[in-house]
Ligand binder design. Structure first.
Ligand SMILES: Cc1ncc(COP(=O)(O)O)c(C=O)c1O
Length: 395
């Protein structure tokens, strides 16, 4: 069954975002008329190469980088793999990776597999987080050794929105001659980022989290950082990523980056205020509702709330009846009945972790939508609790 998109109240923007109409408009001619290969010698292809350069500049501007530091990839996952695998090939004598216990599977599973496929030649330190999802810098410093090739720590967590001090961490690794990668898939476009002022070596972006289409990503590689390509092939991306460019998606991403820069203030004021209104309403009108994650050190659009003694999946199904879209844990981990690895790492009790819902807003959300969700949620939770033996027990 197809749900009419006009009626959907979409609060699942950390899973994916709507392609901005301006992005779609700018992409269409590159699917229909300007289909030349940007590597071709003729003018027909050359004009496409010029448009890619424009998109590269716009992408670089959003994160305070130089255009030459931008490598277009297929997604955030490819960018994460490329950075980590590049670093370990750069330092074959080193065998240690530092990351956190709350990374997205794009980093988590890569590190797990790196250990398995190399018969444990590589080992990973997965840093513990505090109960509010933040990281302790001293614990981080203590984890670094002379064998550490790379540190990979996300800029902001996809489930809770909690922001990590990656700029400070990169300063520390630089002093130790260790490369630093950050998965900034959730942070880019939501909070200001200026890489010129940091020591970060690699940074991952995913287009579909900032109103560009799915299937386009970016890996920022700081000028001078040693780099080994993941995809070998043609000379595209200055030999750093083989494969004919996903032209329309790259052009769309460039536009999305321009829009994100222009809307950054709105994201941090109007969207934040909507998120706060939603969160405050949920926490004050529904008993035993708890916020997961640090209240301030957080993305402006994300709110992760646990409703104790009810199942997240059941809540989502009831919300779905009103066409309200949100997530229980990360979209990539739902489908499993295990509570999210992020909430478990934070020590959220089992009874609360199971009933967690992530609301993630965007500039397209309205106050009327927040009011509608606040009107529906108390009754949904009350109805489910009335059927829950655990709720009964804890009264
Ligand atoms: C923090 C984080 N990293 C990486 C990814 C993967 O990005 P992509 O879907 O572009 O591969 C996601 C997607 O949910 C994410 O939230």
């Amino acid at each position: 069954m197809v749900v009419s998109s006009t009626k959907v109240i979409y609060m699942d923007n950390n899973a994916t975002t709507r392609v901005a109409p301006e992005v779609l408009d700018i992409m269409m001619p590159y699917l229909a008329e300007y289909y030349g290969n940007p590597s071709s010698m003729h003018t027909f292809g050359g004009q496409v190469a010029q448009a890619i350069n424009h998109a590269r500049q716009a992408t670089a501007d959003l994160i305070g980088a130089a255009p030459g530091e931008i490598v277009f990839t297929s997604c955030g996952t490819e960018s994460d793999s490329t950075a980590i695998l590049s670093a370990i090939q750069t330092f074959p004598e080193k065998n240690h990776v530092v990351t956190t216990r709350v990374e997205h599977p794009a980093v988590k599973n890569l590190c797990d597999n790196l250990e398995i496929f190399t018969s444990r030649k590589y080992h990973t330190t997965r840093l513990q987080v505090e109960s509010d999802g933040t990281l302790d810098l001293q614990r981080f410093k203590d984890s670094l050794t002379d064998d550490t090739a790379i540190v990979s720590v996300m800029w902001a967590n996809n489930e809770t929105g909690v922001i990590f001090p990656v700029e400070k961490m990169a300063e520390i690794t630089k002093e130790r001659g260790i490369l630093f990668h950050t998965d900034a898939v959730q942070a880019v476009g939501k909070i200001p980022i200026n890489l010129k002022e940091t020591a970060i070596d690699f940074l991952s972006i995913s287009g579909h989290k900032l109103h560009a289409p799915k299937g386009i990503g970016v890996l920022y590689v700081r000028k001078g950082t040693p780099f080994v390509p993941f995809l070998n092939g043609g000379h595209q991306e200055h030999g750093r990523r083989g494969g004919t460019e996903n032209v329309a998606a790259i052009i769309g991403l460039g536009k999305a980056c321009e829009l994100a820069a222009a809307r950054m203030a709105e994201e941090n004021t109007r969207v934040r205020a909507l998120r706060d209104k939603l969160e405050h309403g949920l926490l004050t009108t529904i008993p035993k509702a708890l916020l997961n994650g640090h209240p301030e050190q957080r993305l402006p659009n994300t709110s992760n709330v646990s409703f104790e003694y009810v199942e997240g999946e059941a809540i989502l199904l009831h919300m779905n009846q009103f066409n309200i879209c949100a997530s229980s844990g990360s979209a990539c981990t739902s489908g499993s009945l295990e509570p999210s690895h992020v909430l478990r790492a934070m020590g959220v009790p089992f009874t609360a972790a199971h009933g967690s819902i992530r609301f993630s807003l965007s500039v397209y959300n309205t106050e009327a939508e927040v009011d509608f969700v606040l009107e529906k949620m108390p009754a949904i939770i009350a109805k489910l609790r009335a059927m829950s033996p655990f709720w009964e027990e804890h009264q």
